[in-house]
Design a binder for this molecule. Structure first.
Ligand code: SAM
Length: 118
């Protein structure tokens, strides 16, 4: 546990992690969006907050770092996927963005993998 810090905060406040990182760039950032399987579907990540969180994460990521995002195809999740695709379309060549999904299944989750090259 001495290697772990827990923040009871929305992911849209991602910048808070800089407090413990002394401004060091992040090597890896992982998002698993959506709601808890078997839990309340009302408690789900939302496009506006996710967009803020991922925008912050792109700044926190260091050169050579990797960001992964698993997004799900429920109603709000589709909004998140659309918003993320639009955000990633604006990135310059400092980033490689991969999108992995099951193309013959309309409800399949989407995995985004972002590598910051420099
Ligand atoms: C797909 S699950 C991932 C769970 C866990 N982080 C993992 O990767 O195994 C998404 C989690 O985000 C939580 N969550 C979604 N929106 C939230 C919110 N607005 N505030 C707090 N938790 C939220 C859900 O309750 C759920 O536990």
């Amino acid at each position: 546990m001495d290697r772990v810090s827990l923040f009871n905060q929305s992911h849209e406040d991602m910048e808070a992690v800089t407090e413990i990182a002394d401004g060091s760039p992040m090597a890896a950032i992982v998002f698993n969006l959506g709601y808890l399987p078997g839990g309340s579907k009302e408690v789900t990540t939302r496009a506006d907050a996710t967009l803020k969180a991922v925008t912050s994460a792109l700044h926190l990521l260091g050169a050579g770092g990797v960001l992964t995002i698993c997004a799900y195809a429920h109603e709000e999740g589709r909004r998140e996927i659309d918003a993320l695709r639009k955000l990633f379309a604006t990135l310059d060549h400092a980033f490689d963005v991969y999108e992995v999904t099951v193309t013959n299944h309309t409800q399949a989750p989407v995995l985004f993998i972002v590598r910051k090259k420099r």
